[in-house]
Design a protein around this ligand. Structure first.
Ligand code: 8DG
Ligand code: MN
Ligand code: MN
Length: 364
């Protein structure tokens, strides 16, 4: 047992109790585990998928590079199977199991299909069962596609080219400009992976609000219509706000990630920046726009900053350890039977009795 041994003892069981930076020293290990998590998700084994995700997340929070399995000690959240994978990668540089998954026809096809905007595991799985294997197959066999999937297919290459931070910022400015036209004083905040410090991402997540509650109502449709009229939107579908406080809190576990804000899932047409897009002049970029009333803004910001695993752990912690229900709208204390208001993310962590974790340390 080496000097890293006490690591295991220091590791808190919930990801929201740990600081997880973007860059860490165990990339090959977490990549292997996350491939297995993804593959388990592809076959609908949510429990197994979560177990691998948890193990990967623990490794991301280690302060140093793991060189032997024994250094882990009795770490929480790393099961038998994950330990075997870790050992294989440490000893041989690769895990045979992971390499086999990566080469498998099913994994490769599922990966290809789920990278289409609007295609989830269920649809991809059905297509795979039907014998479809390539994007050309989808077209040649006249597979029935939603309008969203058609857009996803049309812009497949662009949408699977990482969005650079500079591109995310220009889209933020475009939206800000449109927002100012219709509701001066409203703000646009970049959330998602970029807020966690990622240099690139798969989309741009923007949160809209106004300091006066209620003023934000109706803003999104005006903003989207205007951007559309300027030829800046290649695809969009919007959803109205369906959140009602008087309904009381949602039971925990029900809707895990989804929330009920007014929102727009879209594809923007971004004028080319620098050499990359110069050949063609523009690039398709996925953008999520969400509107939150100011009273719910800190919850929305916390919910839309991610990572997905960090969010899941926050909610699990709230429920199991505090008997509270946390979502992107509110925090509800089921023992006191009341909503706990917050004016900042810091206050939400305080209510939960958690040390504040800044966005750049939420890369769980
Ligand atoms: P990336 O885009 O850089 O790949 O990573 P990301 O920014 O962390 O992922 P994301 O898929 O854009 O999700 C950002 C956060 O938004 C994530 O923590 C979950 C949260 N989120 C909600 N509701 C919804 C929803 O309805 N759909 C999606 N896709 N994300 C949601 O709170
Ligand atoms: Mn994102
Ligand atoms: Mn998103």
């Amino acid at each position: 047992v080496s000097a890293l041994a006490p690591l295991g003892q220091q590791m808190a069981p919930y990801a929201c109790q740990r600081r997880t930076p973007l860059l860490h020293s165990n990339q090959p290990l977490t990549e292997a585990l996350e491939t297995l998590a993804e593959d388990a998700g592809f076959s609908g084994s949510e429990g197994r998928s979560l177990a691998f995700t948890r193990a990967a997340s623990v490794l991301k929070a280690l302060p140093g590079r793991l060189s032997a399995l024994e250094e882990l000690g009795p770490l929480p959240g790393i099961g038998e199977h994950s330990r075997r994978v870790i050992q294989d990668v440490l000893e041989d540089g690769v895990s045979v199991e992971v390499e086999r998954v990566k080469l498998s026809e099913r994994y490769r096809t599922m990966k290809l299909f789920t990278k289409i905007f609007g295609v989830g595991v269920r649809t991809a799985s059905r297509w795979y069962q039907e014998g479809l294997r390539t994007l050309v197959d989808l077209q040649e066999r006249n597979t029935k596609l939603t309008r969203q999937q058609q857009a996803g297919l049309r812009h497949y290459e662009d949408l699977n080219t990482p969005v650079e931070r500079g591109e995310a910022e220009s889209i933020g400015r475009m939206v800000q400009e449109a927002v100012q036209r219709f509701l001066p004083g409203a703000s646009v905040t970049l959330a998602g992976g970029f807020r966690r410090g990622k240099p690139h991402g798969h989309d741009v997540d923007l949160l809209l609000t106004h300091p006066e509650a209620g003023r934000e109502a109706g803003l999104l449709s005006r903003v989207v219509s205007w951007l559309d009229s300027q030829g800046l939107i290649l695809y969009q579908h919007s959803q109205e706000n369906s959140f009602a406080l008087h309904e009381g809190p949602e039971p925990p576990g029900g809707r895990d990630v989804l929330d009920r804000f007014e929102r727009c899932f879209s594809i923007f047409r971004l004028e080319a920046q620098g050499r990359l897009g110069a050949a063609r002049g523009w690039k398709a970029v996925r953008v999520d726009l969400v509107v939150a009333p100011v009273g719910q803004f800190p919850f929305a910001l916390l919910g839309w900053t991610g990572s997905r695993h960090f969010e899941r752990e926050l909610r699990r912690f709230a429920g199991h350890e505090r008997k509270m229900v946390l979502n992107s709208h509110t925090l509800y204390d089921t023992r006191l039977n009341l909503f706990l208001p917050a004016a900042s993310e810091e206050e939400i962590f305080q209510h939960l009795g958690l040390e504040y974790v800044p966005p750049t340390q939420r890369n769980a």
